[in-house]
Design a protein. Structure first.
Length: 386
């Protein structure tokens, strides 16, 4: 059982006495012990046994085991949301006075952690820009502990070279953490390039159907052990129900992501040919500035296409108002195609200058390409652009 699709399907919790084919839902907050010795040995971790569902649960373990294998990790722990995974990872691994070096384009709530909350504990973050990545070493200080990346970035769809950053992290003895949400382990496995911990929002392509929230951190066993102990004492655990849903989702991850990427490439090619589109950013278009790096580290280009439409903020708003089928929603990685206009929504409070700093121009539209027939998606985008 060595292939991705096979262990996504065949990694399964031990069957119960009913010999069920598909793993049942284990809605139980706690587990029982045979006797005093069983209880002692279980608590002493001499036996691997579920004790309490804040620590572990059969459904959560099945989901986690799959992601661990998919990412080529040693161990993992699943969380209620992606942000719970990201926050717990940082909170476990950082001490007061530590320093983080991160790419500038990070998920909004991660940016808020870095700028609003971590300074309370005297933890400072320095951002580097994707187009200046080769000079990242100048930001590393004696108290730098973590190198943090997202690739592809949101919403600018920049690609950062995992092999390069893996080497930098190793040279400076930094803990290298990658948010692999946009790629999923099917397209990209950062551990191959030296990542110590990989974090995910399972809410996106891992569920892929816009139903449940979830998060996971996988990586080096020694680090995950500490993250697990932090989580088991602070309580951000994934619910067994969500784990059950997400483990089913993983059974179809490969086939879904493949179709998402095939559709996204067609959408990107269509957009490139439309006269009202100024620029298209998609990792597997030869026009992408990091096309070669994307080809090296990603199996396919992902499902997010960013494009710049003519007419600035007003052009972007008019485009959204003309969309008839695609959804206007903040989520991504759903079966349903979603379009957003960051400059008039998520990033509306920033000045033009601040937006340009993070690669969000006035007419930038982000499209999370879904699994509808791609001809229908293109037809909707086309009539709105026309
Ligand atoms: C959505 C997202 C998160 C946060 O995940 P939640 O499950 O919403 O908490 C983190 N990183 C990236 C890249 C995301 O897209």
């Amino acid at each position: 059982m060595e292939n991705f699709e096979t262990f996504a399907i065949r990694t399964q919790t031990e069957r119960s006495q009913f010999d069920e084919h598909s793993t049942p839902l284990y809605l139980t907050s706690s587990f029982v012990f045979q006797d005093a010795e069983d209880m002692r040995a279980s608590f002493a971790e001499e036996k691997s046994k579920n004790l309490y569902s804040r620590f572990s649960n059969p459904n959560v373990n099945e989901f986690t085991d799959k992601i661990v294998k998919m990412e080529g990790a040693e161990a993992g722990y699943a969380f209620a949301t992606g942000m719970a995974a990201i926050y717990s990872t940082f909170a476990t691994l950082l001490d007061a006075g530590d320093h983080i070096v991160s790419c500038q384009s990070v998920f909004g709530s991660t940016h808020t952690l870095f700028t609003k909350y971590f300074p309370k504990w005297n933890i400072e973050t320095t951002y580097f820009k994707a187009d200046n990545a080769e000079n990242v070493e100048q930001y590393i200080k004696p108290n730098t502990k973590i190198l943090y990346l997202e690739t592809p970035t949101n919403p600018a769809i920049e690609i950062l070279d995992l092999e390069f950053f893996g080497k930098i992290a190793k040279k400076h003895n930094l803990i290298f953490i990658v948010d692999n949400c946009f790629a999923t382990p099917y397209l990209q496995q950062p551990i191959k390039y030296g990542a110590d911990v990989v974090v995910h929002s399972a809410t996106k392509l891992i569920d892929g159907q816009g139903r449940v929230l979830g998060g996971v951190a996988v990586g080096r066993a020694d680090l995950i052990r500490e993250i697990y102990l932090f989580a088991r004492n602070t309580g951000p655990a994934m619910s067994p129900f969500n784990a059950w849903v997400l483990s089913k989702s993983l059974e179809t991850l490969a086939i879904r992501v493949e179709r998402h990427c095939e559709n996204a490439l067609k959408v990107a090619q269509f957009l490139e040919s439309h006269p009202n589109v100024e620029l298209v950013k998609y990792p597997f278009l030869p026009s992408h500035p990091s096309y070669e790096i994307a080809k090296k580290q990603m199996k396919l280009g992902g499902n997010i296409v960013a494009f710049e439409i003519k007419g600035g903020i007003e052009g972007g708003r008019k485009f959204l108002d003309s969309i008839t089928m695609c959804s206007l929603s903040a989520n991504l990685g759903d079966t349903r195609t979603i379009v957003t206009h960051p400059a008039s929504t998520t990033h509306s409070k920033l000045t033009d200058e601040e937006r340009n700093e993070v690669g969000i121009t006035a007419g930038l539209v982000r499209c999370s390409v879904g699994l509808e027939n791609v001809e229908d998606v293109i037809a909707d985008l086309k009539q709105a652009l026309d």
